[in-house]
Structures are given as structure tokens and as C-alpha cells.
Design a protein around this ligand. Sequence first.
Ligand SMILES: Nc1ncnc2c1ncn2[C@@H]1O[C@H](COP(=O)(O)OP(=O)(O)OP(=O)(O)O)[C@@H](O)[C@H]1O
Length: 454
Amino acid sequence: MLCQNRQHRLTEVPVLTSHFLSELISFLDGLPEPRIVMSADYRIIAANAAYTREFGGGRELAGRACYEVSHRFNVPCDQAGESCPLKLSLEAGEPQRVLHLHHTPRGEEHVLVETSPIRDETGEIAYFVETMRLVRQASSRVATSGLVGRSAAFSSMLEKMMRVAPSDAAVLLLGETGTGKELVAHAIHEASAREEGPFVAVDCAGMTETLFEAELFGYEKGAFTGATHRKQGLVEAASGGTLFLDEIGELPLSLQVKLLRLLETGTYRRVGGLDWLPADFRLITATHRDLAAMVAAESFRRDLYFRINTFPIRTPALHERSSDIPLLAESLLARVDRKPGRHFTAAALGWLAAQRFSGNIRELRNLIERASLLADGDAIDVTHLLEMTDPPLYLPVEPGGAAGFQVDALIDLETLERRYLKWSRQIHGGDMEALARQLGISTRTLYRKLERVN
Ligand SMILES: Nc1ncnc2c1ncn2[C@@H]1O[C@H](COP(=O)(O)OP(=O)(O)OP(=O)(O)O)[C@@H](O)[C@H]1O
């Protein structure tokens, strides 16, 4: 491993002699953030007190492999399908950041890992300093508030959120309804330097011209009939914090001009006022619409689109992260249930994971709330969920489905199985265990197969 590194001779990387290595280690020990020094063969040379406490549970870590401590892997991360920041920074010759799920004494947690390379006396990159920052805005375990998720689609979104959060760049959140855009906007705010400032959310849907101006910019006393006192606008309320404009795609063209003026000049005027006031907010916008198509159709201004779209982030639909459904379901149950400590049966979690929720997490949350009201005992089962399911959750009936299963052309066996499963799920009446028995397979296999049906 070390011989391969001989090609890396980079002047910008600091040099580390053996004398300074021990100095570096004692220096890191005094720093509050968890840090380790590693050799190029993934061995931990030293861990500071914060790392030993937060990631090592107080145990000695020197000599152990980083991938074994943080992932319980027995091969380096990149050989186990994960990105390896050490390898990336060795190749690039400069610091690299990645988001990983790390084992900690508290369970798995999202961690931002920054790895910086260091040269030895001979000029080779031989050491690395790794700094860990726990991502407090998202949980990979059941949580009673905030974002939860651990799937690849969720982690990739979270990584983008954490990259953009510290900057003041305008973020555009694109995603279907109910995918958590408002929660994501709030998490970006919380991870930003404006965290102590206000987070002000504005729904742009249904905004009329007068309402928009009065709401956003406020008004002076006497500006119009009924304006009996000066009123602060939402732009002013968001001062020092974040302004979140939800459903930006619903804003009529006439109001898009006003918003553009605010963003371009950084100033605004209260309705009925004379003075231009400075605005101080970080902008996050969101829409479920295809804004680029709206620009092409000239129903959304191109210049405004470029202004708000400095950094786009897509919030994945629930079917793109169905492996998160059990975790989301448990977390949502803890949030909506009036009787604490209840749980889903394994069959209920499997059933939920096999559904396709067109209304995404909001629809899942509604279903869980209804089922929790229906269930009397400690466990919520498939029957409670089925009774409370909206008809659109079921997939459309295949041609001939209601009457009986039929195919009218030669099709491959895999498609045949999928269609048959879809049809049998629609007609069997909801008892998945009974259906599995009738099909001669285990309930587990049935759920696995049904995942492919959606
Ligand atoms: N990752 C998540 N973890 C836990 N709860 C979530 C997550 N994402 C969304 N939710 C919950 O799902 C519901 C819908 O989320 P939210 O209102 O943020 O979605 P949205 O995309 O803004 O929807 P819309 O486009 O309709 O405004 C909320 O109750 C929210 O708390």
C-alpha cells in the first residue's frame, strides 16, 4: 500500500516528521472535534480524546483499522461498496469530504468525514488526519422529530444538504409532494451559520398581488383601508435567518417580477412606504413542479429560475427509498400516537414497505395516524392498516383483474409472476400470511416479491 503512494509528491500537503507526528497527536488531543491520525494502510495511529469518547466508547483504538472501527467491515470501505475518503484524498492530494453512516456507542449515526493528507520527511503522502462531525439534523434510528433515513437515496440528499448548508447559496428543493421539502429546508437552516436566526416559511400557492406584497414586505400605517398600524413583513421577520418560499412554481408571473427585484437588489419597500430597506436572509425555495419545463413554456421567468437555482437538491420519492419505510413508520408512530410505546408487527412493517405511496411520507403518516387510532392493543397489525388504507394505495386493477386472472398473449415468466402477484394481492382480502400460505411461499418471500411488483 505504501509503495503505491510514492507517486504522490504534492507541495501543498504539509510535511510531517516523526518528531512532529507526536506533537501533532498531542495537539489534536486538545481539540474538541473527534479526530484521528491514520497511516496510508488504514491503521489508526492515534485518536484524540473526543474521538475515543464519541466513537470508541472509551476503548484503545491505536493499531485498529479505521473501516473496522467505523463500519465493522473487514475490508476498506471502497472494497465494500462505500466511498473511502482516505483513498479519495490520496488520489486528489487534497482534503476530501464524504458522508458516512458510522457505528458509535449509541448506534449508527450520520457523520461528515473530512480527510486531509500529510507528507512524511521523504515527501510522500503517508499520513491522514480525519475529522468527524456528527450530523445532528438527520437520524438513522427511530426519532421523535426531524429527518430520519438511512437509504442510499436519502444519504445522497443529506450529503448535498450538508455541503450547501454552511454557504449562503440559494437552494432549490425539487420533489414530489410529501417528500419532506419543508423539513429539509429547516434542516439546512439548522446546519447553517444562520441557525440562531429565524426560519420563516411562506406558502406561495394562492398568493394574490396585494396579499403577496403586504405579507412579504409589510405595510405602513394608512397604506390602505384597514392598515391601522405599521406591519412587519416576512422578509423583515426573516432578517438574519432563512426565508423558505414553498410552492414557488405557483407564483404568478406578475409576482415573480417583484421577487426577482428583491433578490437582485437585496432591498424592499413596505407597501405605502418610501424607504428602501436592506434585506438579510438566506433563500430556500421548493416546488413539486418541473420548473425547467415551466421556463421553456414561459410560465416561469428564466432570470428568476437562475437566481433561485444556485444549488438544486432533489428530495427522493418514497418508492426510491422504500428500505427507509420501516424506520420512517416507527418514527412517525412515535410522533402521532397518543399511547406511547406501541409498535408495528413485523408483518405490518413488511406490508408498509411493499406499498407505493403516491402522497409519499405525508400519506404514510396519515395512514399510521388513522391505524393508531383504530388499534386498541400494543401492536398495530396489517389488518389495522388495511382498514384505514385509501383506495388509491392499491395499484390499478390489471385488465381482466377483477373477474379473474388472465393473459391474452405470450409473456415471459417473470412478468407473468409479477402480474399474478399484483392480481392476487388485490383479490385476497388483505391477510398476507394467508395469501403466502395459498401461494406456497413464506410471508417474507411474498413481501420480497411484492417489492418488485410496485
Ligand atoms: N425524512 C423524514 N423523516 C421523518 N419525517 C419526514 C421526513 N420527510 C418528511 N417527513 C414528514 O412528512 C410530512 C410531509 O413533509 P413536508 O411537509 O416537509 O413535505 P413537502 O415535500 O414539503 O410537501 P408539499 O410539497 O406538499 O408541501 C411531514 O409530516 C414531515 O414531518
